[in-house]
Design a protein around this ligand. Structure first.
Ligand SMILES: Cc1cc2nc3c(=O)[nH]c(=O)nc-3n(C[C@H](O)[C@H](O)[C@H](O)COP(=O)(O)OP(=O)(O)OC[C@H]3O[C@@H](n4cnc5c(N)ncnc54)[C@H](O)[C@@H]3O)c2cc1C
Length: 456
């Protein structure tokens, strides 16, 4: 089968690219969208049905189209959702919005590029000519395409513990991938749950547990024991940040931000003011500076930058205050099977002393995988053939400034693009909708220009 473009993936990145392509390619073009996720366009993030699983970005910044910033708000209004631009809509609503916007374009079938949705996983991506790539599918089919956009997301991070440090009998109560929400129904109402990781994934899982009637003790263990901050109810205007031109040392940049806060600016507004600069700033850092940031500042960056919806923050605070959620800072050493349940041994942060926690369930909430290719047989196959190179700091795979894939040799695959968190090594801030939608638009422009240049 021949196509102009193959979009591989079934999450937000794939839907954003597909919508952009449908808007901008001529009606004669053919697009294949390859994915085996049941809720196309929703991915892990937007398929949750829990009301308290809110967006962590205000509704006014969640339009799929950066040039039509009101679009999500219009959808909310049309569907009589009482939500303003500074509110945090349920993630399930965002999933429905994406589905509706795609469906509207698909209905205009005579004037739009033709799209085939192919329910499969891509397992190979081979250049078979200067202008053609062959996408191999796990159902045995192959697609010959002129341009490919890999929108594969990243998998969930592995447990922060070696295989030998986990007793085999304990494995039955370890939930390695909490996004498969079926684990919730197995937990007894008063059973003890230990969450590994204290970020947004943990908060999601705690709220989901409570919503399903769980009333037992929840322990949270992470290296620093830091919880995410919440957005301000009175969402402030971002403070414009005037960064020093020359110095890109992390400590100096941090001092600069702190000075703004000391001068009276709310810290949230300072963080939001930094946002437009982040991608450029990241690209100006050298490898050492980036590594230092990841080593020393990442945990702090994450809790200030990726914040909770205000009412979710209130709920979490309450659960911590009443002792339902107990937070521990330390380094997990081993997990043993005991009767009943399991025991987690960890080294308390700042000490050499070992502490123990008892639980009936352990949930891996360490979030998204940073290294990026462990979860993907497709990327592993491409890496084995030298078609890609892992980012030196473990942040996905190497792409150039136009999001085109860079091979191990350093050559660019001009027809293979990557969109989403896999490109964090190049762009850093590229996991959330406000950034991915801009990247999807840029990639679409490049593809349209390349296809236009082609001889008929
Ligand atoms: C729980 C959660 C909540 C979030 N909340 C927000 C939020 O409120 N606001 C915000 O801006 N961002 C949020 N994010 C960030 C989120 O990651 C992005 O908004 C966006 O959903 C990422 O989409 P994606 O398509 O890049 O990745 P994913 O959603 O991970 O989708 C990747 C897709 O690719 C498919 N795939 C992988 N390999 C193959 C293959 N070989 N062949 C075919 N298909 C393949 C997978 O099955 C999957 O469907 C959240 C993330 C999570 C996990």
């Amino acid at each position: 089968m021949k196509y102009d473009v193959a979009v591989v993936g079934a999450g937000f990145s794939a839907i954003a690219v597909t919508i952009n392509l449908m808007r901008h390619l001529p009606a004669s073009a053919r697009i294949a969208v390859v994915g085996d996720d049941p809720g196309f366009g929703r991915g892990t993030a937007y398929r949750s049905e829990f009301h308290l699983h809110r967006l962590n970005v205000p509704a006014a910044r969640m339009s799929i189209d950066p040039d039509a910033p009101e679009d999500f708000l219009d959808w909310l209004r049309d569907h009589e959702r009482p939500i303003s631009g500074s509110d945090f809509a349920p993630r399930s609503d965002f999933g429905l919005y994406l589905r509706d916007r795609l469906a509207a374009l698909l209905r205009e079938r005579d004037s739009r590029a033709k799209v085939d949705f192919i329910k499969a996983k891509a397992v190979g991506c081979l250049d078979i000519g200067p202008e053609t790539t062959l996408i191999r599918l796990d159902n045995g089919d192959g697609l010959a395409v002129k341009a490919t956009v890999l929108c594969l997301g990243v998998g969930s991070a592995p447990l922060p513990l070696g295989h030998d440090a986990i007793a085999p009998a304990a494995r039955a109560v370890i939930v390695e991938n909490p996004w498969r929400l079926s684990w919730l129904s197995k937990v007894g109402r008063h059973e003890r749950v230990a969450m590994l990781g204290s970020g947004l994934t943990m908060v999601d899982q705690v709220l989901a547990l409570r919503a399903t009637g769980h009333r037992g003790q929840i322990h949270v263990l992470s290296r620093r024991g830091l919880l995410p901050h919440a957005h301000d109810v009175h969402h402030g205007t971002p403070v414009p940040i005037d960064l020093p031109e020359t110095d890109r040392q992390i400590s100096k940049l941090l001092s600069h931000l702190r000075r703004n806060v000391r001068a009276g600016a709310p810290w949230r507004a300072v963080m939001d003011g930094l946002r437009p600069h982040t991608q450029n700033l990241w690209q100006q850092l050298n490898e050492d500076q980036k590594a230092r940031f990841l080593r020393h500042a990442l945990a702090w960056w994450t809790i200030h930058r990726h914040r909770l919806a205000p009412d979710v923050g209130v709920e979490l605070k309450q659960l911590v205050a009443d002792g339902t959620v107990r937070v521990h800072a330390g380094f997990l050493q081993r997990i043993e099977a005991t009767d009943p349940g399991v025991t987690l041994t960890y080294r308390k942060r700042g000490t050499s002393g070992l502490e123990r926690l008892s639980a009936d369930w352990i949930v891996n909430c360490t979030g998204m995988e940073r290294a990026g290719i462990r979860h993907s047989p497709l990327l592993q196959a491409m890496a084995a053939r030298g078609q890609l190179q892992g980012d030196p700091l473990g942040l996905g795979i190497v792409v150039n400034g136009q999001s085109q894939l860079v091979a191990r040799s350093g050559d660019t695959h001009a027809h293979i693009y990557v969109v989403g968190a896999l490109t964090a090594g190049r762009f850093w801030e590229i996991t959330a909708v406000p950034d991915i939608r801009v990247q999807a638009q840029g990639v679409t422009r490049s593809i349209c220009a390349a296809l236009e240049r082609e001889p008929a």
